[in-house]
Design a protein. Structure first.
Lengths: 172, 795
């Protein structure tokens, strides 16, 4: 067993875990954070994407033990005091989800993408989301949602909001 | 007066934002794998690594000793707990439906066939313990190729199914052979509609719990068809149906792959009952590639006759279809769901369709988005392009000469199906304009003239389909076990809000939103005050679930009927309370007024409370403002459209890039344009994926080579272009909403549009066909082979 201490959606968890336990299983089965679903076993689909210290990771390719000391944001911790993140809002408004299974990963990958490139072209959005598969939408409205969210976030940050900019926890 | 201000705007036709989204974008979801119950155990299934083998011995004793393991069973251990899995469609008198037990006992018949299982206290322990199960397999030759499977001396997948032939089917409309007489062109083509893996993003998962004292069983399953699962679980196990509750919670896509009654939907409840504890099973993606149905997999031989001036005459299509190792719920009927669609929108005078289903040692095939109709559309739209090329005609002009014109509706095709409505001219004109067809043809000519490395091609698909499954009478005549009606209940609650209970069970189709829009307009109750209940046989007990683009065209009409019954009941109550004649009541925007005395009115919300309190009801009217309705359609719904694709093909690398894709669909009246567009987007993407990217590949030993998501190319965002959509609206004349299905149109239409575009780009180089998926290698080889042929063999 490995002792870990992780911050998940703002709450500190101290746990003993098997060394082989995947972060996604720790989140889902141990913490009950079932908003993060699993879509494959080969790290292709991206549905289990979370933010680890501000950067998107596929939580099926991270061991829970590796997350020791990290701050994790899942889809359940993205809203702020009940206020949806602009990417969540844009996915809703642009009909960028149908069954919704890929949506948590798609939203968190988009948050990461926009934090690194606040004004991406459509091509950059498509390339940036290459690691996240969707079977329902044909990606059209997802691209539109990311573009829409980017516009909203840039407008917000012009007004002094700190929603965009340098990702937290990324060092050179 | 406030009557105008109070009137809700019509919801139908508006791009209402989805009610479903709030939970889905915040992770407050109820996927089956999320469910945790006290004392819950995890099941893992050992699957055959061999395509065909006699199971000589299974020993689970060592697995039982592993940490955390509660039980382990072989197929033989549980054989008395269940019976064969169902096949609900008997397509012919000669159809063979071999036994198919949830776990194999005598032979394993495909890689992935379940042979034993373990149940443990957590998912890791269960997976670990599979390694401790000992199985002795006596390998048998694997039957992999459908053609070889029929030859004398082939190994048999099932000993009592000669030639591995599951069924044969033939239907003749007119005399196809007679159309060959005279000066006609006869085209013969063989198209291969490859095997596909549906890839719903949510893997399958089943949870079951049992109350031993009462025998009540609750099953949660990632299924499209909770009502089917309930019935077949009862039939399979002999358990009383009324004690079984099946819940489809949030379901992450299906595309036909969850239109099933799977082994695990029997296994998990049986284990829960046997062990007296809740049990969960969730497939891994790679496991699902073996154990969840595949789609398509046909050889399509087609012969078409056409006059030299471009008038189609006869169409003969011979299908050979890979069933896989067993029949699943609908396996044999899937190719035949396209049985009337092979003539497409064209006026053939003769048509013959034959079909044979063949068993092989592979994962069973079954419904995949479109189910039979993409297969038919692929043939007719490919051969129309090929014929146009042979005749030296523009493919659009060739279609115009042969399609049913707008003035000819309703039109009964050679295959005996009546198309109620359509406007192929309008859809095509719009699509041509959006694509800038003439400009692209000019550019194409210039590139050919210059001998550019990158050539462009334009592909056409003027498709139609039959959907809205289905008239029960038709289903019965074709050998299906059940009906195709759909049910709705509307309850206006004492506080004036409404519940709409429906029998269809969505997995991304936006029922909560679309159905609330319909009910809102009918009842005059605000959209926000209406919720839709589905996906649970306890709370929505009557229904036939979601597939075949049926939810709006069938269930939507049931909702409308139920709402109208609610309104009529409310009218009686209103007239009674206002001391007026029911015939003098006017209903508008949720309020009843006495004609000529508009100040005398009752809102539907007030009437709901009055009917709930029931202190003063009219004679013969029962309390509570609610109504039920069931709608059984008389006929199918027949959407159509024109899809055009412009593809760039790099003749040196074979790489294909879609420059633009235009879809102009006619799905009749549209309830929510954004949701309809979304359905088309996703459908087109899946059809393009078949054309360019996806194929389930087996080796000669029956191993699934494309066995993980690494090896099977589900397209990602950079692999697909934006879609340009538009619509024409020709209301259906066969249902009261004027709606047609939309869920499958994109997939049905797009595959031939893309392949036609790829071939059009290189046809001048001598290429006439490229097998799907049109990967760079295949395109490159086709060009190389054609050049070799035209230059006497030089590479």
């Amino acid at each position: 067993m490995v002792q870990i201490s992780v911050m998940v959606d703002g709450v500190r968890h101290e746990d003993d875990v098997e060394p082989r336990l995947l972060l996604v299983h720790y989140l889902r089965d141990r913490l009950g954070k079932t908003g993060t679903p699993i879509g494959c076993d080969t790290s292709n689909c991206g549905t289990c994407t979370v933010l680890l210290d501000g950067s998107s990771v596929k939580s099926c390719t991270v061991l829970a033990a590796q997350a020791d000391g990290a701050a994790i944001t899942t889809i359940q911790g993205l809203a702020n005091d009940g206020q949806w993140h602009p990417v969540q809002q844009a996915f809703h408004e642009c009909h960028a989800l149908q069954c919704g299974y890929c949506t948590p990963g798609m939203i968190l990958a988009s948050v990461d993408l926009l934090s690194r490139n606040p004004d991406p072209s459509d091509e950059q959005i498509r390339e940036g989301l290459e690691g996240n598969l969707c079977r329902c939408t044909g990606y059209h409205n997802i691209v539109e949602a990311v573009r829409t969210a980017g516009t909203a976030m840039r407008a917000g940050s012009d007004g002094g909001s700190a929603t965009t900019g340098v990702p937290e926890g990324v060092s050179a | 007066m406030t009557e105008v201000a109070d009137r809700p705007a019509a919801a139908v036709g508006q791009p209402m934002l989805r009610k479903e989204d709030a939970r889905l974008v915040t992770g407050q979801t109820t996927w089956t794998d999320n469910i945790q119950l006290p004392g819950m155990l995890y099941c893992a299934i050992l699957r055959s690594p061999m395509a065909h083998a006699r199971i000589a011995r299974v020993d689970v004793s060592a697995a039982k000793e592993r940490p955390g393991v509660v039980a382990a069973f072989s197929g033989a251990d549980l054989a008395d707990s269940w019976s064969t899995l169902p096949t609900a469609w008997i397509v012919s008198a000669d159809m063979k439906s071999p036994p198919h037990l949830p776990l194999a006992t005598d032979k394993a018949r495909y890689v992935g066939d379940g042979v034993a299982l373990v149940v443990a206290t957590d998912r890791y322990a269960a997976a670990d313990a599979l390694d401790a199960i000992e199985v002795d397999y006596d390998p048998l030759p694997a039957v992999v190729d459908m053609t070889a499977a029929q030859q004398d001396g082939s190994t048999l997948v099932h000993d009592d199914v000669p030639d591995n032939r599951c069924f044969t089917y033939r239907e003749d409309w007119g005399d196809h052979e007679a159309t060959k007489q005279g000066d006609v062109l006869t085209l013969s083509r063989r198209y291969i509609n490859q095997r596909l893996i549906p890839n719903a993003m949510e893997p399958r998962s089943v949870v079951a719990t049992v109350t031993p004292a009462t025998g009540e069983v609750t099953v949660w399953s990632a299924t499209q068809v909770p009502h089917f699962v309930r019935i077949f679980l009862a039939l399979n196990t002999g358990w009383p149906e009324q004690k079984i509750r099946v819940i489809a919670p949030d379901v992450g896509g299906g595309f036909g792959s969850k239109l099933e009654v799977y082994a695990e939907e029997i296994i998990v409840p049986v284990l829960a009952r046997r062990l007296g504890r809740p049990v969960k099973w969730t497939e891994s993606r790679s496991e699902g590639y073996l154990a969840t149905i595949h789609g398509r997999d046909l050889i399509q031989d087609v012969e078409m006759t056409v006059t030299r001036d471009g008038v189609v005459k006869g169409l003969k299509v011979d299908l050979t279809v890979d069933m896989g190792a067993y029949l699943q719920l609908l396996t044999p009927c899937i190719p035949l769901l396209g049985r009337y669609m092979y003539p497409g929108i064209y006026k053939f005078v003769a048509h013959t369709l034959t079909c044979q289903g063949i068993f092989t040692n592979k994962t069973p095939t079954d419904a995949y988005r479109g189910a039979g109709r993409p297969e038919a559309t692929f043939v007719i739209e490919r051969v129309m392009d090929d014929a146009a090329a042979e005749l030296g005609m523009d493919p659009i002009e060739f279609r115009r000469r042969n399609w049913i014109t707008n003035s000819e509706f309703p039109y009964t095709t050679i295959a005996g199906l009546e198309y109620d409505s359509g406007n192929y001219e309008a859809a095509t004109e719009r699509a041509l304009a959006l694509l800038e067809y003439d400009k692209l043809r000019t550019e194409q000519a210039e590139r050919r003239q210059r001998g550019d490395t990158v050539q462009i091609g334009i592909g056409t698909s003027t498709y139609t389909e039959m959907c809205g499954l289905a008239p029960s009478r038709w289903l019965g005549e074709t050998g299906y076990a059940a009906g195709g009606w759909e049910a709705a209940t509307i309850r206006v609650l004492p506080t004036g809000r409404a519940e709409v209970v429906v029998g269809t069970s969505p997995h991304g189709q936006s029922h909560a939103t679309t159905f609330a829009q319909l009910a809102s307009d009918e009842l005059g109750i605000p959209f926000d005050d209406i919720d839709v209940i589905y996906g649970d046989t306890l709370t929505a007990p009557i229904g036939l679930d979601t597939y075949g683009s049926r939810s709006l065209a069938v269930c939507g009409v049931a909702i409308q009927k139920a709402a109208q019954r609610v309104v009529e009941k409310a009218r009686q109550v209103a007239a009674h309370l206002l001391e007026a004649d029911p015939g003098d009541m006017e209903f508008e925007a949720g309020a009843f007024r006495v004609r000529g005395a508009p100040e005398s009115q009752k809102s539907i919300q007030e009437l709901a409370f009055a009917a709930f309190a029931a202190h003063s009801m009219p004679e013969g009217v029962e309390p509570v403002l609610s109504a039920d309705a069931i709608h059984d359609p008389d006929v199918f719904s027949i959407p159509h459209g024109t899809h055009l694709c412009a593809a760039e093909v790099d003749t040196e690398t074979g790489a294909v890039k879609l420059r633009s894709y235009v879809a102009v669909d006619d799905v009749g009246v549209v309830v929510n344009p954004v949701i309809v567009d979304g359905q088309v987007h996703g459908g087109v993407a899946q059809g393009v994926a078949q054309a360019l990217y996806e194929e389930a590949v087996y080796d000669d030993d029956g191993n699934l080579v494309s066995g993980t998501m690494v090896d099977y190319l589900v397209p990602a965002a950079p692999d697909l272009p934006p879609w340009t959509l538009d619509r024409t609206v020709t209301p259906s004349t066969t249902n009261s909403l004027g709606v047609k299905g939309v869920g499958e149109t994109g997939t049905i239409a797009s595959t031939p549009a893309v392949v036609n575009a790829v071939i059009d780009a290189v046809r001048h180089l001598g290429v006439t066909d490229i097998r799907m998926p049109c990967s760079p290698e295949r395109v490159w080889r086709a060009i190389k082979d054609a050049r070799g042929a035209t230059t006497g063999g030089a590479a």
